[in-house]
Ligand binder design. Structure first.
Ligand code: IFM
Length: 476
């Protein structure tokens, strides 16, 4: 393969992603209010080892050093989220110190030549809104628009890329249906209401953004799953249809076609609802307001088959391929297949971003001699990173193979504009607490030391040469 064939487009946006609750800590700083994740993680039995995000990566106090790290790695774009409870800690009350924290972060990124991509909602709903019904309550939609407007007005000139919501599937289905995430409800009727209101708030925020005439672009991030049938039987294909509606089409159909898949309405939600009256006549039009790009988070695939005894007649098969620490099958081809499918069926030439892709592995910190990197004299942030390491060959391979899949899509003319690796550093992995490490940078939680994993050095190289040349060569 010639080097030109393994290059990404010159302006390809290589990035990393994080989210507020997962890294910030500082939960009582500068007037921040309680979020549903504070409440949930402090409820015994909800999170692995009863861990919480009180300190997390202490990014709230260490953000300057973390920005230096981004710069050192050559990261072009950084995706992070704003904590709503730092901006509106209580009903109707704006906390300027919260706003100013994010202004410092954004300014710091600009000073280092890194493009920000801001997610408005990455799951840390203010608890005062949950007390009024959370996403089940249509009023939350209006509060979201007020919050979004304030941020558009404050940061419109500093932020070229906005993401309304991160993974509404998780907000609604994990949070209200499966009960694994905050607020921890197990009610599929509530999940349908929550999903609808999240999507409605997305559509209204997009409209608001355009009404303000801001220069940047706005989109949404969906977590999509590549679903395959265990066999070619009609029944197994039916199981795929339903699973795909559950993971993917509920949100894709709503955002791009202004409709919900009938098959899932009937099979999952309707039995738990008195009526669909919460879907008002104009809502679907608002939800499908045109966006400027779609963000896709891709981690894995599902293989399913028909199962008579299951209430939905679906069984998800156990993994048959190697998995990450999350138990998720490693399946890079699924990324290519998803991108191709989304483009063909929904987005056409609309720009796409992979807003998250990455893997958790059982990383081990090793002590290495300072001469490991050739004994080159280092200074500043680089100096502080010499001496320890993590040989995370599996993560390097994971990333390399997924970059390769993305490149295949690009070679076929696919409008993929950027790639955000999840995550910059190890962090609070929701219900899994700190037990799962997704970072390309290791975090020693006892000291808050950041240590480059081999995957960070690999990524630095990929960014530097804008492609995978020697990585592919090393495979031969
Ligand atoms: O850590 C999460 C992130 O917050 C949302 N997408 C998936 C990641 C890994 O589970």
């Amino acid at each position: 393969m010639s080097p030109t064939e393994v290059k990404f487009p010159v302006n390809f946006e290589w990035g990393v992603a994080t989210s507020s609750y997962q890294i910030e800590g500082g939960v009582h700083e500068d007037g921040r209010g309680e979020s549903i994740w504070d409440r949930f993680s402090h409820t015994l039995g909800r999170v692995h080892n009863d861990e919480n995000g009180d300190i997390a990566c202490d990014h709230y106090h260490r953000f300057e050093a973390d920005l230096d790290l981004l710069q050192m790695l050559g990261i072009k774009t950084y995706r992070f989220s704003i904590a709503w409870p730092r901006i509106f800690p209580h009903k109707g009350q704006v906390e300027r110190r919260g706003v100013e924290f994010y202004r410092r972060l954004l300014t710091g990124l600009h000073e280092r030549g890194i493009t920000p991509a801001v997610t408005l909602y990455h799951w840390d709903l203010p608890q005062w809104l949950q007390d009024e019904g959370g996403w089940e309550n249509r009023e939350t939609v209006h509060h979201f628009v007020v919050y979004a407007r304030l941020l558009f007005e404050e940061f419109g000139s500093l932020v070229p890329r906005w993401i309304t919501h991160n993974e509404p599937w998780c907000t609604a289905f994990l949070g209200y249906g499966l009960g694994e995430h905050a607020p921890g409800l197990k009610d599929w009727g509530a999940a349908a209401r929550a999903a609808h209101h999240v999507l409605l708030s997305h559509g209204l925020a997009v409209k608001e953004f355009h009404r303000l005439g801001l220069k940047g672009e706005i989109g949404i991030t969906l977590n999509l799953n590549h679903v395959e049938a265990a066999s070619d039987s009609e029944q197994d294909r039916g199981a795929v249809n339903l699973t795909d509606a559950f993971f993917n089409r509920w949100f894709l159909d709503a955002v791009f076609r202004g409709e919900y898949p009938q098959v899932l309405k009937e099979a999952l939600f309707s039995p738990h609802l008195d009526s669909w009256g919460f879907v008002h006549s104009e809502d679907m039009k608002v939800i499908s307001t045109p966006i400027d790009f779609l963000g896709i988070n891709y981690y894995s695939r599902s293989v399913v088959r028909y199962k008579e005894e299951d209430s939905m007649h679906v069984e998800r098969l156990p993994a048959s391929l190697p998995t990450t620490e999350m138990g998720w099958e490693i399946y890079p081809h699924g990324l290519y297949a998803l991108l191709t499918r989304v483009r063909a069926e929904y987005t056409g030439e609309l720009p796409l971003f992979i807003t998250e892709n990455g893997a958790a592995f059982a990383d081990e910190l090793t002590e290495k001699g300072v001469t490991e990197d050739g004994g080159i004299e280092k200074s500043g942030i680089e100096k502080s990173l010499v001496g320890k390491g993590v040989a995370d060959a599996q993560r390097v391979e994971f990333l390399r193979d997924h970059f390769d899949a993305a490149l295949q899509f690009i070679r076929e003319g696919g409008p993929l504009r950027g790639y955000y690796v999840w995550s910059l550093m190890d962090n609070f992995e929701w219900a899994e607490g700190y037990s799962k490490r997704f970072g390309i940078v290791y975090v020693d939680y006892a000291t808050q030391e950041r240590i480059l994993k081999d995957s960070a050095k690999f990524y630095q190289k990929v960014i530097n040469q804008n492609g995978l040349e020697d990585v592919l060569e090393s495979r031969a």
